[in-house]
Write a protein that binds this ligand. Structure first.
Ligand SMILES: [Mg+2]
Length: 214
């Protein structure tokens, strides 16, 4: 866990969802493989061919943008899959209930945080998947706002989802902290917006947040 510029007074905590509020490599893997498999079938290619093309696209984008990473939704746009279509595919393909279960330690941590701060989820998944994920974790009751790919129609690290979440929490940027597992997607842009950031290695770090944030 690494903290960046935490504000002296925090009003809202904006959580990434996947690999932040839960750690499950197999489910996370399925979120990449299932849409790639569907795109491969549509394009008449093998999974490996399609996967290779997308990986190359993401590498080229990173090379042209100082090593920064691109979101999957943005990479799929380069292959003719609109954000609206990406949302639909994810709603059809993803099954959080199959992989995730109640997490009492997460709920204990969120319960402590929710007493002190407004909590939001900011995810590149659709809102419906976020709701199903939180339900599977037993953590539905703690969040004031859920901002998904279909809320603003753009994916992180665009500023719109972070600004929307801050607005829904009633907090100005300098009083927000963004928490997530990917620096380029979850932390870099919030820092530019004047927020604080906490880079986590997984949900185990989220359990410790009540002691870190003041
Ligand atoms: Mg994540």
């Amino acid at each position: 866990m690494k903290a960046y510029r935490l504000p002296p007074y925090c009003a809202a905590v904006l959580f990434d969802m996947d690999s932040t509020l839960y750690t499950h490599p197999e489910y996370q893997r399925s979120q990449l493989d299932l849409p790639v498999g569907r795109l491969a079938r549509l394009r008449g290619k093998s999974f490996e061919e399609m996967n290779g093309e997308i990986a190359r696209c993401r590498e080229e984008w990173a090379a042209a943008h100082g090593g920064r990473k691109i979101s999957m939704g943005k990479a799929f746009e380069a292959f003719g899959v609109s954000i609206a279509e990406s949302v639909r595919w994810r709603e059809e393909l993803y099954e959080p209930e199959r992989y995730l279960a109640d997490d009492p330690r997460l709920c204990a941590a969120l319960g402590k945080l929710a007493v002190r701060f407004a909590l939001a989820v900011v995810t590149n998944n659709p809102v419906s998947i976020a709701r199903r994920t939180l339900a599977a974790l037993g953590a539905s009751g703690f969040f004031r706002a859920i901002v998904g790919l279909d809320t603003c129609g753009v994916s992180k690290p665009h500023e719109a989802p972070f600004c929307k979440a801050a607005e829904l929490c009633g907090a100005a940027a300098p009083f927000c902290v963004s928490v997530g597992d990917r620096y380029d997607i979850d932390i870099a842009l919030p820092l530019e917006l004047g927020m604080g950031g906490v880079l986590v290695d997984g949900v185990e770090d989220v359990y410790k947040l009540p002691d870190l944030l003041v």
